[in-house]
Design a protein around this ligand. Structure first.
Ligand code: HEC
Length: 130
């Protein structure tokens, strides 16, 4: 009888462990990491165009717009942020991207100029919060 109870207990604990493992797997990539990864992709593509010298206005505008959309999700992705400085750090990025879009860069040189404050916004937030 005691052995049977122990076997049953083992089965129940095993099933619970499997359920926890499955739900952990199902949670997938956290939203804030996804937002950062997508921004890194678009910023990386813009830098690659500059290195290759293949900058053209339409492609740049489309990518900057996507980057701006993702940057708008940063506050939401981190909830209320980490402290009171986090929101303004996120705003620094959206402001830099708004300016970049307004400048409508049509050459690699122009793109490089507008990307500097964008990259600074990424880096200054990372230095403080990452
Ligand atoms: C307002 C703050 C803030 C701004 C602005 C910001 N980041 Fe981040 N980023 C973070 C924080 C905080 C982390 C660490 C997240 C973690 O590890 O959970 C991070 C992590 C990352 C990561 C690693 C993600 C991972 O899977 O661990 C990448 C890549 C990244 N950021 C790219 C960027 C790029 C590119 C920009 C600018 C276009 C940017 N970030 C702007 C706060 C910011």
């Amino acid at each position: 009888m005691r052995a049977l109870l122990l076997i049953l207990l083992g089965l129940v604990i095993g099933a619970m462990g499997a359920t926890f493992a499955l739900s952990a797997l199902r949670q997938g990539v956290p939203f804030h990491k996804a937002v950062m990864a997508v921004m890194a992709h678009h910023a990386g593509e813009l830098h690659a165009q500059m290195r290759a010298g293949t900058c053209e206005a339409k492609g740049i505008a489309a990518r900057l717009a996507r980057l701006r959309g993702d940057a708008g999700d940063v506050r939401e992705a981190f909830g209320d942020g980490i402290d009171a400085g986090f929101g303004p750090a996120a705003d620094q990025l959206t402001t830099a991207l708004d300016r970049a879009i307004a400048a409508a860069p049509a050459s690699c040189a122009a793109l490089s100029t507008v990307m500097r404050p964008v990259d600074d916004a990424c880096q200054s937030c990372h230095r403080r919060y990452r």
